[in-house]
Design a protein around this ligand. Structure first.
Ligand SMILES: *[C@@H]1O[C@H](CO)[C@@H](O)[C@H](O)[C@H]1NC(C)=O
Ligand SMILES: *[C@@H]1O[C@H](CO)[C@@H](O)[C@H](O)[C@H]1NC(C)=O
Ligand SMILES: *[C@@H]1O[C@H](CO)[C@@H](O)[C@H](O)[C@H]1NC(C)=O
Ligand SMILES: *[C@@H]1O[C@H](CO)[C@@H](O)[C@H](O)[C@H]1NC(C)=O
Ligand SMILES: *[C@@H]1O[C@H](CO)[C@@H](O)[C@H](O)[C@H]1NC(C)=O
Ligand SMILES: *[C@@H]1O[C@H](CO)[C@@H](O)[C@H](O)[C@H]1NC(C)=O
Ligand SMILES: *[C@@H]1O[C@H](CO)[C@@H](O)[C@H](O)[C@H]1NC(C)=O
Length: 485
């Protein structure tokens, strides 16, 4: 044991001269620590220049030494200078360290001098208050970042550290802990600053598949090739774990050797350095069994994974089923009104019975209670025209009904069916209508209904029907044979 100790100590004597520096604010407390930790007999502190020993604490002393520590309670500007601690070891050997102290004048309203700085913290978010351990029974009053008080739910405060949840580049900066220290009933301020540099080069976000939509049905032809794209956002900046891949019936595509499937991935950054991956599943030839298969895009990052499954169905062979899908405002009361009478009676009477068109009317052809949204969407896709009944109700309703939304979306964005607007009540100014409706009106106007003079049959509105028929597709029979040819 003694042998080992001797070797250790003799090695210690070879250590060369070292120096450290401390900065403090005038009027704050300052405690500095003589660096080494190995066991010693005693430590003496000197003013380097004058060689005067700094004694232990006496009543009322402002500067005093206490073992490894040199105290300034509080600092004063003239304390700036060099201090030496001499460590006396049990074999009569000594070692000394020079420590330079700089006291910065206090100025009202001036932020903590950035010189009061300790080694940087780099990492995932924990910032330790420098020198805090030198003071027994100190209490942190406030943390500052770049001189601004820190607050908010992202920060968790420990007794001697602050923890930043999920730190990013914007968290880099000067962090100052301000604490109080009570000595013999006197309260002193201390502040200490260090730089924090986040080493987090990226932050994940819950993965989000932008397309395809879950449960999308994609129309295909047998024997044809198909490319399915899946795009997902995975976080901010390049992610270490970033997978966007396709499974066919829950089996990753990469396990299908020499198959009709292969995938290809690209990545890119969007605005605000959002990190995306897009993986395309190439199917060289669609086979019958693919129509029963689930194609699942899986997006994974270090947080979690998310999936979207699509299926394939044969393209409808005979085109559209309906000549027109009717969109009309639902009555808010249970009373039958003119619009409902028009939609359920007059319209089918003229267009279906007289002219042979096939209409799709919600409530007649789609039962309320079916999965309305998808049923409506499917029917609209199978309709050549959208007839929108325009009434005052469209203006006074804040929101168009859901089916109207989809319809407009399909008509405008997806180049689906053409739109016919039937203005059943005089609207006057279109200002208050939805933008997309206004757009259609601007493009093609409306067909206006005129209330026939009392006593006269509806057929007196023949001009109205003429305009409607003009906008309708060719009748069912003609158009089908035309399409088939
Ligand atoms: C400390 O400073 C004094 C005076 O400048 C110098 O003589 C001495 O060698 C220094 N000691 C160390 C360990 O740097
Ligand atoms: C403290 O020591 C350094 C060198 O170690 C010297 O440059 C500096 O002038 C000294 N400061 C004072 C106030 O003596
Ligand atoms: C240290 O010095 C004292 C007196 O100067 C002496 O009695 C003692 O033997 C010395 N110790 C060692 C380990 O040299
Ligand atoms: C501390 O961080 C600053 C700012 O990033 C840098 O300039 C300095 O070199 C770092 N210091 C150390 C000791 O790493
Ligand atoms: C610690 O400091 C608080 C005030 O900050 C004081 O009330 C308490 O008595 C102190 N405790 C000791 C053991 O000095
Ligand atoms: C400590 O700091 C606070 C706020 O900066 C100040 O109001 C107070 O006077 C200071 N106390 C001492 C003893 O310097
Ligand atoms: C496709 O997914 C559905 C819904 O999860 C499931 O019921 C069906 O069995 C799956 N089909 C195959 C071939 O895995």
């Amino acid at each position: 044991m003694g042998y080992v100790c001797l070797i250790f100590l003799s090695a210690f004597f070879l250590v060369s001269m070292t120096s450290e520096s401390f900065d403090a604010m005038e009027g704050d407390a300052l405690v500095i620590k003589c660096p080494p930790r190995s066991s010693y007999v005693r430590i003496t502190w000197y003013h380097t220049d004058s060689n005067k020993i700094i004694p232990a604490e006496e009543d009322g002393s402002r500067i005093f030494s206490s073992k490894r520590f040199l105290w300034f309670l509080p600092t004063s500007r003239e304390d700036s200078g060099n201090y030496t601690c001499v460590i006396h070891y049990s074999n009569n050997g000594t070692k000394e360290f020079n420590i330079s102290v700089q006291v910065h004048p206090y100025k009202q309203g001036i932020c903590f001098p950035s010189q009061i700085r300790y080694p940087n913290n780099t990492g995932r978010g924990k910032i330790v208050c420098p020198t805090f351990d030198n003071y027994k029974n100190a209490t942190i009053i406030q943390w500052y970042k770049d001189c601004k008080p820190i607050q908010g739910e992202r920060y968790f405060k420990g007794d001697k550290y602050i923890y930043i949840n999920n730190p990013g580049k914007e968290d880099d900066g000067f962090y100052t802990c301000q604490f109080i220290y009570t000595h013999n009933g006197k309260v002193f301020n201390v502040s200490a600053t260090r730089i924090f540099v986040s080493n987090v080069k990226y932050s994940p976000l819950p993965p989000q598949i932008l397309f395809p939509k879950h449960k999308d049905v994609i129309e295909v032809d047998l024997g044809a090739a198909l490319s399915l794209k899946c795009q997902a956002r995975l976080g901010i900046k390049k992610q270490p774990i970033a997978v966007v891949t396709w499974d066919v019936n829950s089996i990753p595509v990469k396990y299908f050797d020499f198959s009709r499937f292969h995938e290809e991935t690209v990545f890119f950054e969007g605005h605000d350095q959002e990190y995306y991956r897009e993986t395309t599943l190439h199917i060289t030839e669609i086979k019958k069994e693919d129509l029963q298969a689930n194609f699942t895009c899986v997006a994974v990052n270090e947080m979690e994974n998310t999936k979207a499954t699509v299926t394939l169905q044969l393209k409808a062979q005979y085109g559209k089923i309906y000549d027109a899908y009717i969109i009309y405002p639902k009555s808010r009361t249970s009373e039958a009104n003119f619009v409902e009478n028009f939609v359920y009676q007059i319209l089918p009477d003229v267009l279906e019975n007289k002219y042979g068109y096939k209409l799709c009317i919600y409530g007649r052809d789609i039962c309320p209670g079916e999965d309305t949204a998808s049923a409506v969407e499917k029917r609209i896709q199978k309709s050549r025209r959208l007839i929108i009944i325009v009434t005052q109700q469209l203006i006074h309703h804040e929101d168009l009904a859901y089916d109207q939304h989809i319809a407009l979306y399909n008509a405008l964005i997806q180049n689906g069916a053409k739109v016919i607007l039937l203005e059943m009540e005089t609207i006057g100014t279109y200002e208050k209508l939805q933008e997309s409706l206004k757009y259609i009106i601007k493009q093609q106007g409306t067909v206006k209904w005129k209330e026939p003079p009392t006593g006269q049959p509806q057929s007196s509105n023949s001009k109205f029907w003429k305009h409607v028929r003009y906008r309708m597709p060719l009748t069912h029979k003609t158009s089908r044979s035309a399409n088939a040819g």
